[in-house]
Design a protein around this ligand. Structure first.
Ligand SMILES: [Zn+2]
Length: 74
């Protein structure tokens, strides 16, 4: 399981847990959005919107399961 959050710029930030994600978001904001950096409370409020990423989910942009999905051939 991975905690993930999509930044307003479209970048997906991922971490193993919310605490790590707070650090990751803070670092991303510092590097990519220095003019809109949040204080720690703001970052935590942002991270509260994180969702749990299921690596096996077909909507992930990585590789999907090997099985083919589709209508049954009969
Ligand atoms: Zn961003």
């Amino acid at each position: 399981m991975v905690r993930a959050l999509r930044c307003g710029c479209g970048r997906r930030l991922e971490a193993g847990d919310d605490e790590e994600l707070v650090g990751r978001v803070a670092g991303h904001l510092r590097h990519e959005h220095p003019s809109s950096a949040l204080d720690e409370g703001g970052v935590r409020a942002f991270v509260s919107h994180a969702y749990t990423l299921d690596r096996a989910a077909p909507y992930d942009d990585g590789e999907g399961p090997d099985e083919e999905f589709g209508p049954e051939p009969y």
